[in-house]
Every structure is written in C-alpha cells, then in structure tokens.
Design a protein around this ligand. Structure first.
Ligand SMILES: [Fe+2]
Length: 167
C-alpha cells in the first residue's frame, strides 16, 4: 500500500472506503427487508435500499470530481457489521424479536456511515472541494434521517412487541 502523504490522500482513501461500504450494503439490505416481519420496518429497509443506490452514485460523482477511481479497497468494518446483521437474519428468533435485532444491526451500520460521511464531508470542506462537500453532506443527512426513522420504529412499538413476544 502506498504512503498517505497528506489530508487530500486520506480523503481519497476515505471516499474509497465509503464506496465499498455502500456497495456491500446494497447486497445486504434486500435480505434484511425480506426478513423483516413488521411492514413498516420492511418498507424502511426497502426505502433505504433505494437511498443507498443514490448514495453510491453520489460517491461515483465525488470520485469523478476528484479524478480518482473507487478502486478495490474493501471496507472491513462494513463487512463485519453486515456479517453480524446476517447472523441476526439467520437467528432462530420470534419474528418480533428478530425485528428488534434487525434494527439494532441496521442502526450500528447507520452510525458507522454517519461517522464516515461526517469525516469525509469535513475533509472535503477543509480541502475546498465544495461540490464534494455538498454531495457528502446530502448523504450524511439521509443517513441521519434513516437512523432517526429506525429509532422511532424501535422505541415506538417494535421493542415493546419483542418484549411481549412470548406472552
Ligand atoms: Fe449509506
């Protein structure tokens, strides 16, 4: 691996990492949607799948602006988060309990992405990459909104249903 010499190179590295993360998530979200028992949760996963497709395209735009290629970096953190999500998908659990578990996995993923996009957006701003900053901030807002929606579902009724699943 070549040496990262400055913030710009680190920024490029972060963008490639995010691109890998989004690509991996595009593979995982349909499985999460399929396994979600609650219709609103299912709908939320399906909506986020479409958002994720757009987020991947935004990163392609950012790469174009920066004159870099996404490359073959594999985001190992997302790989691990998805692996845990898949364990939950395969878990022998009451449907209501599984839904609560899927939300827990999905929120871990969202928080990871929020952190990644927050950093990348700040790097873009510092480096004077206004258009990249705008694109990354847009995705950051979407990830935050997705996290809030999951929180509302969990705290609204899904966790309660999981609590009462065996009654
Ligand atoms: Fe995303």
């Amino acid at each position: 691996m070549s040496k990262l010499k400055n913030l710009e190179e680190l920024f490029h590295h972060e963008i490639k990492d995010l691109y890998s993360a989004e690509k991996q998530l595009l593979q995982a979200l349909p499985k999460m949607a399929e396994k979600a028992a609650d219709p609103k949760l299912k709908q939320q996963f399906e909506a986020h799948l479409q958002e994720t497709e757009v987020q991947k395209q935004r990163l392609e735009q950012v790469c174009e602006i920066l004159g870099i290629t996404p490359g073959r970096i594999k985001c190992k953190a997302m790989e691990g988060l998805i692996e845990e999500g898949e364990e939950m998908i395969a878990e022998n659990a009451e449907p209501e309990v599984k839904d609560a578990g899927l939300i827990a996995s999905a929120q871990r993923i969202e928080h990871y992405e929020i952190s990644g996009y927050g950093t990348a957006a700040h790097f873009a701003e510092r480096l004077g990459q206004q258009e990249a900053f705008r694109l990354l901030s847009e995705t950051l807002k979407e990830e935050q909104a997705a996290d809030t929606r999951l929180n509302k579902l969990a705290k609204g009724y899904i966790n309660q249903k999981a609590q009462e699943a065996d009654k």
